[in-house]
Every structure is written in structure tokens, then in C-alpha cells.
Design a protein around this ligand. Structure first.
Ligand code: AMP
Length: 543
């Protein structure tokens, strides 16, 4: 008979991250550029107190265990208080992406059955338009002080956040309950079909925070100042609000000001050391610093994921600005972290170029995530860096089912990610493509990411996307869509010639189109579906 461990069985509670931060790093600052336009300074201990008051206020509003609390908000301290105040009191924090189409926002809020909805002041008009189609929302709470309450509104019950907090005494103890209880819901972007809800538990969220915090993860220190550019509505800002509490470091929230100039100023003003976000955001910041001949004085490292990070972006950060880039891969269904680009001990003495090649990949699994690649028949493929197949994962913070969906998404106990990847013998995973975006040319697959990465290396290219265009003989051939840098000149022929020697000849795109803008999804990825639609009648010169 087994001998049982004799350790305390304390459930992993999200509130414990916050109480730890308040007790041990209570005076550490949390700075927010508010939607109201000013800067706001608070501390972990103040956030903890106000989160307790918020938990009391939510109970007073009639919220009960399991009720969903929606947010339509940017990154800021009040959003952080809602994260902890709701999850910590056994409610479920549901962050909604305000960049989605209004009908999708309504659909998501109704699917999750949000009982109350918190909203930032500049998103109130959106909620006013939608309110009649949100029958389950009993109250909307404006995340501001009384002075920002509108005189008139179409919302039947509009409450003031600061009034709610002020009315409570904070005499509240965080409850302890089953660690498998739901803590938050995030919906996938749903570019094809309706979005689906991933329901994270307290346990999965705390374990994810541990894994993200370690040196092989985001490598945050208590001495760091972290600015999540990634929105708090995109997979919980990749877990940073929890990791920062666990570590006890300073947090800086940028509100909705994500352009290059605003970010640079905030980075400098608050002496930010670490950040995280999708590649498109960094394009804006890098352009701004380059054009204005600026240098960062404190920024040391950034996590880039959500879409493939072009190697030229990694080089620009590292060579020109001395900022380390950690390329990461993840998904909403993974809370989100799956892999991170980190070297192994045996790579220490490799020449720089070889190290760089390794770090350009999406990286190796963090502890807690297992992965494999399978072929079309579900057969497991070797880790040889060549075989490419459907990427499947399992682990402590991977969903086992979607909210309100009966059919299991799992295949043989694994979650199929929808990504196509290779894994090399050292366990480094490289995404070839989203399976829907791979270009299937005469039975051979071409990675759109590889072709985009090459184009992004051309000095005249601001942003590049490669999509499949119809070809009468090969079925699909790559079409390169390019946004030029301001004032840059480059021709179709020059761009195609730029591929010479960098990829096999048969993979070179068949054509180039220049556009003024490439569309992006609500989470900042290139909107390939929209681009394919836009160019569905494009006639390739090779047809
Ligand atoms: P989301 O659920 O919105 O975070 O999107 C997850 C998807 O984004 C993944 O399945 C990938 O297709 C893509 N993705 C995330 N990180 C990367 C990365 N580093 N490289 C390539 N694709 C990525």
C-alpha cells in the first residue's frame, strides 16, 4: 500500500498571489497611464485592500459563487483589482476584447452570461449601443470616479466604480475553496466561426504563474519593472498580472496608448526593464525609436509571441538596442504559455549565429507542458527538426473542454493546436504555420511564416504577409503582400530577387502586391482570412 505524503493540502488560490504581494512587497508600485488621461500610482498593498472592497461590493450587488464578471477594459490598476476581487471571491473574471466586432462582443458576453460588466470610460459608448442585446447583464460599472459618470445614459443600471469601493470597509477575508474552481474565462479570437471560451481554474492559473516566473520562463525579478503591452483581455496579459504578484515586482500599465511614442515615453519615465507583446506592437515602437534616433535607458528584455516574431525584429532589438528577445509560443487554450526560446547549457559556447538560429524558433516546452507532432493519420512524428505535423499539447494549464461546448476538442487525450510545427532532437519547436495558412503547392507545403520572415529582412519592408493565391496548375502558390516603409522604394522584381539563396527556388512567391495597410485581428495577428478574401480573384502572372 502506498504511503501518503504528509504535507499540508492548501488549495492553490489566485488570491494567495495577491496577499503574498501585499505582505512581502506591499510598497512596490503599480503605475497606470489612465484612460482618463493622467498617470496614477498605487501599490500592491493598496490593490489588495481595494480588491477586498471590490469583492464586498460584488457580493452586495448580488454576485454569487460561479457568477461571471465581465470586463471591457484596457490595462490598468482597476482592471487588476477586478482580476483579483472577482476570482478571489469565487466569481469568474471574464475579460472581453473590445477590439472585436460589436456583435461578437455581445455574443461572447451572452455566451458567458456575465452578470455584471465593468467598462472603461472610453468604451462606455460601445456598451450603451450594445446594452439592449445583453439581457443577462444586471449592472454596468464605469471604471472611474464620480466626476466621469455621464448625465444621461441608455444603460438602466450604471454604477460608479469608485463609489462602490468607497462604500465598503475592506473587512473581508479571502475564502479558500476547491482549487479546480473556475477563476477566469477568455474567449478565442474566433476568426473562423464563433469564439470559444477557455475556462481557467485557480490551480491552472497559479501553476502557470509559477512556470512563467522561473528563469527559464519570463525570468522576472523583484527588481524588475514590467510593462505588459499585451492587453489584459488577451489571455490575461499572458499571465503577467499573476506572475508580477508572485515575484513582487513593479507593474506599469499603458492604458490604451500603444503607439510607439507613447510606449517609449512610458518605458523611459517608469524605467521599464521587461515587457511583452505581439510583433505588430514592436514594429511601431522600433520605427519610433529608429526615426527619432532614440535609445532605451532601462529596457533589457521582451517576450514576443502571439504570432511569429521575424528574425529581423529580434536582431533589431538585440543589435541596435541591447534588448534581449524571448520568442514565445502559446494560445488562449494554454493560458497561454507553451514554449519559450531559451538556450541549453550545451549551446553556451556556440558561435553567436548558431545561438541566434536556435532562439529564432518558438522554443522548448516549459515544465508542465508536453507536446508532440502527428501526421494526418494521427501517427506520432519524430523529433528530427524536419518532419512537420500537427502540433498537439497536454499539460496542467491546457483546456480539456470549451465553455458551453459538449464535444471534446481533445484527440487521444491531447489538445490539437491547429498549428503545424517541427520539433528538433533538442526539443525546440518551430511553427511552420497555422494549418489553415500553409500554402499547399502541388502537394508540397510552403510555410508562409518562412516567406514573411525573409521579406521582413528587406530594408524597404515595413510589414509583410504571405497568403495562398489560387493557381490553375499548382492549386495554391504564395502571394506576398507588402507594406513599404515610409518613403522607401522597392519593386516587385527586387523583392522576389531578395529571396535568392534564402529559400528553395520553388517556394519563392509568384507575385507581390503593395498595400498601404495589412489587416490585423483583434489580438494583433495578421488577418490572413481577410487577406485571402481580399485577394481571392488575384491572377498570378504564373497562371
Ligand atoms: P491566441 O489564442 O489568440 O493567443 O492565438 C494562438 C495562436 O497564435 C497559435 O495557435 C499560433 O497559431 C499563433 N502563435 C502564437 N505564438 C506564436 C509564435 N511565437 N509564432 C507563431 N505563431 C504563434
Amino acid at each position: 500500500m502506498s504511503l501518503m505524503g504528509q504535507m499540508m493540502n492548501m488549495p492553490l488560490m489566485i488570491s494567495s498571489l495577491l496577499t503574498h504581494a501585499a505582505r512581502h512587497n506591499g510598497d512596490v508600485e503599480i503605475v497606470s497611464k489612465r484612460v482618463e488621461g493622467d498617470m496614477h500610482h498605487t501599490t500592491w498593498s493598496e490593490v489588495e485592500l481595494r480588491s477586498r472592497k471590490l469583492a464586498q461590493a460584488l457580493a452586495r450587488l448580488g454576485c454569487q459563487a460561479g457568477d461571471r464578471v465581465g470586463t471591457l477594459a484596457w490595462n490598468g490598476y482597476r482592471h487588476l483589482e477586478i482580476y483579483y476581487g472577482s476570482s478571489g471571491s469565487e466569481l469568474v473574471c471574464h475579460t472581453v476584447n473590445p477590439r472585436l466586432f460589436p456583435q461578437q462582443i455581445a455574443w461572447i458576453i451572452n455566451d458567458a452570461q456575465d452578470k455584471v460588466l465593468f467598462v472603461d470610460i472610453n468604451l462606455l459608448p460601445l456598451v450603451e449601443k450594445l446594452i439592449t442585446s445583453l439581457p443577462k447583464v444586471e449592472a454596468v460599472i464605469l471604471m472611474a470616479g464620480r466626476e466621469h459618470m455621464p448625465r444621461e445614459t441608455s444603460i438602466p443600471k450604471l454604477l460608479c466604480y469608485e463609489d462602490l469601493i468607497e462604500a465598503e470597509d475592506g473587512q473581508y477575508s479571502w475564502p479558500s475553496f476547491d482549487e479546480n474552481t473556475a477563476a477566469c474565462i477568455c474567449y478565442t479570437s474566433g476568426t473562423t466561426g464563433n469564439p470559444k471560451g477557455a475556462v481557467y481554474s485557480h490551480r491552472s492559473t497559479v501553476l502557470h504563474a509559477f512556470a512563467a516566473a522561473i528563469p527559464e520562463g519570463m525570468c522576472l525579478h523583484a527588481t524588475d519593472t514590467v510593462l505588459p503591452v499585451v492587453p489584459m483581455f488577451h489571455v490575461n496579459a499572458w499571465g503577467i498580472p499573476y506572475v508580477a504578484a508572485l515575484i513582487g515586482c513593479k507593474l506599469v500599465f499603458p492604458g490604451h496608448h500603444l503607439d510607439g511614442a507613447s510606449l517609449f515615453n512610458l518605458f523611459e519615465q517608469e524605467q521599464v526593464t521587461i515587457s511583452a507583446g505581439v510583433p505588430t506592437i514592436w514594429l511601431g515602437l522600433l520605427n519610433h525609436v529608429k526615426q527619432n534616433n532614440l535609445k532605451f535607458s532601462s529596457f533589457r528584455s521582451t517576450i514576443i509571441g502571439g504570432a511569429a516574431c521575424p528574425p529581423t525584429m529580434i536582431r533589431a532589438f538585440e543589435n541596435d538596442y541591447n534588448v534581449e528577445v524571448i520568442h514565445a509560443w502559446g494560445m488562449t487554450e494554454l493560458s497561454p504559455i507553451g514554449t519559450l526560446g531559451r538556450l541549453k547549457a550545451k549551446h553556451k559556447d556556440l558561435p553567436l549565429v548558431q545561438k541566434q538560429k536556435i532562439l529564432e524558433k518558438q522554443g522548448k516546452s516549459v515544465y508542465g507542458i508536453d507536446m508532440r507532432i502527428v501526421d494526418a493519420e494521427g501517427q506520432v512524428l519524430p523529433w528530427d527538426g524536419k518532419a512537420s505535423g500537427d502540433l498537439e499539447v497536454r499539460g496542467h494549464w491546457v483546456i480539456s473542454s470549451y465553455f458551453n461546448v459538449d464535444k471534446s476538442p481533445l484527440h487521444d487525450g491531447w489538445f490539437p493546436t491547429g498549428d503545424v510545427a517541427t520539433i528538433d532532437s533538442d526539443g525546440y519547436m518551430q511553427i511552420t504555420d497555422r494549418s489553415k495558412d500553409v500554402i499547399k503547392s502541388g502537394g508540397e507545403w510552403i510555410s508562409s511564416i518562412d516567406l514573411e520572415n525573409v521579406a521582413m529582412g528587406h530594408p524597404a519592408v515595413h510589414e509583410a504577409a504571405v497568403i495562398a493565391a489560387h493557381h490553375p496548375k499548382w492549386d495554391e502558390r504564395p502571394l506576398l503582400v507588402v507594406v513599404k516603409k515610409p518613403d522607401a522604394q522597392v519593386t516587385r522584381e527586387e523583392l522576389l530577387a531578395f529571396y535568392d539563396g534564402k529559400i528553395p527556388k520553388w517556394q519563392v512567391p509568384d507575385d507581390v502586391v503593395f498595400v498601404t495597410e495589412i489587416p490585423h485581428t483583434a489580438t494583433g495577428k495578421i488577418y490572413k482570412l481577410g487577406l485571402r478574401e481580399q485577394f481571392k480573384d488575384h491572377t498570378l502572372p504564373t497562371s
